[in-house]
Design a protein around this ligand. Structure first.
Ligand code: SF4
Ligand code: SF4
Length: 127
């Protein structure tokens, strides 16, 4: 399957943010078998990785990265030593960045807010 530029952008973004080689994953499924939170996920961890491998941006709507608790069970079981929580974190960051709404603060009277509120909103919105 040939990846488009947009597909390849997603692969490159996730690899850069996570520091992982996505194509090291060969879909054995051990990560998903060891994950204690799959009941709450709409994509199993190995399915999420597969979608990222093919550059499927619909993954940015998935609940799975937000359910992941970074418990590391999957990483311990992965025969390739993939840092799956880092991949989940990268997908979360890309999702947040793609949803940045610059009007959030522009329309708000921020004079009475503590600085920390502004800093945390900025972090949340920019990943
Ligand atoms: S355990 Fe590792 S190699 Fe197997 S599917 Fe999960 S990430 Fe891929
Ligand atoms: S780190 Fe995330 S994906 Fe991996 S086992 Fe824990 S909850 Fe599941």
């Amino acid at each position: 399957m040939k990846l488009t530029d947009s597909d390849q952008d997603l692969v490159a973004e996730v690899e850069e943010l996570s520091g992982e080689n996505l194509y090291a994953c060969f879909q054995c499924g051990k990560c998903s078998a060891s994950c204690p939170f799959t009941d709450e996920m709409d994509e199993l961890p190995n399915q999420l990785i597969r979608r990222v491998q093919i550059g499927d941006r619909r993954i940015l709507q998935s609940k799975t990265p937000w359910v992941c608790a970074s418990c590391l069970s999957c990483e311990v079981e992965c025969p390739k030593g993939n840092d799956i929580p880092a991949i989940m974190e990268a997908v979360r960051e890309i999702t947040l960045r793609s949803n940045v709404d610059e009007t959030d603060l522009r329309d708000l009277d921020t004079r009475g807010l503590p600085e920390i509120a502004l800093v945390s909103n900025f972090r949340k919105k920019t990943g």
